[in-house]
Design a protein around this ligand. Structure first.
Ligand code: DGL
Length: 262
């Protein structure tokens, strides 16, 4: 077990996702904590996680987070809704002193944004299956009309770096067209890949639909945990972001950098 005394304020924060999606959370953390260093690991070789069994998602997540801790990370953000639901509870048991943040679909702010809104939660098939999302939706069922929609195939666009264009637009229209006709007030991005296709979703649903993303909330939570554990970096210089991916190609790393700037 890793003890609190093992963590060093000068060490990087580790960020994990099944692929490129967690960069939408990383960019919020960089904005909020510009002096911190970050190590981002994307497991694109095993993506998508959202169509795997819970057990396999948990094993992969624990393996990769263990490696980030071996690299010396002082805190971990599991920047993947699918991996958070499958593995974060187990990891809190394994490393009770570790500042550990997961991500959760921003259902609450979407529900509170207006009186009894029609809300769509877009997520991976695994997240839509998991009890965690059902419990979250059940909490607000009297205050909104909430529908969780699995979006198999959508994260792959982001993995390819295809964050706009006619092919994506027609994929979204085929997947979500029935909800556009029925009318929607708010969309919750329940997968960290989806903020990168936000503009295409806004074009499909129209400008009046409000889109909610939980990335900023997770970044804030990480800062609170680091602060409580006295682990905020003493550095006042601009921090560094180091990218690793299980698909070890320079194209993947360039795409990571491009997504971070988006
Ligand atoms: N980015 C991940 C999430 O937030 C999942 C994508 C996948 O691997 O299916 O759920």
């Amino acid at each position: 077990m890793t003890e609190k005394k093992d963590f060093d304020p000068a060490s990087p924060v580790g960020v994990f996702d099944s692929g490129m999606g967690g960069i939408s959370v990383l960019r919020e953390m960089v904005r909020l904590m510009p002096h911190e260093d970050f190590i981002y690991f994307g497991d694109s070789a095993n993506a998508p996680y959202g169509i795997k069994k819970e057990e396999e998602i948990r094993e992969l997540t624990v393996t990769h987070v263990t490696r980030l801790l071996e690299e010396g990370c002082k805190g971990i953000c599991v920047a993947c809704n699918t991996a958070t639901s499958a593995a974060v509870r187990v990891m809190r048991g394994m490393w009770p002193d570790l500042p550990l943040v997961g991500v959760e679909p921003a259902v609450k702010p979407a529900v509170l944004s207006m009186d009894h809104p029609k809300v769509l939660v877009l997520a991976t098939p695994a997240t839509v299956r998991q009890e965690k999302l059902h419990a979250l939706i059940a909490r607000y069922e009297d205050d909104a009309d909430i529908t969780a929609v699995p979006c198999p195939g959508l994260m792959e666009f982001v993995e390819r770096g295809e964050t706009s264009g006619p092919v994506l637009a027609s994929f979204l229209s085929e997947l979500l067209g029935e909800y556009v006709s029925a009318g929607v007030d708010a969309i919750v991005l329940g997968c960290t890949h989806y903020p990168f296709v936000r503009d295409s979703l806004a074009s499909l649903f129209g400008e009046s639909v409000r889109i909610f993303d939980g990335g900023e909330g997770s970044a804030r939570r990480m800062r609170v945990l680091l602060d409580e554990a006295d682990l905020i970096t003493p550095s006042t210089a601009q921090g560094h972001v180091t990218f690793y991916n299980s698909v070890n190609s320079s194209d993947k790393i360039s795409l990571c950098r491009r997504l971070l700037k988006m």
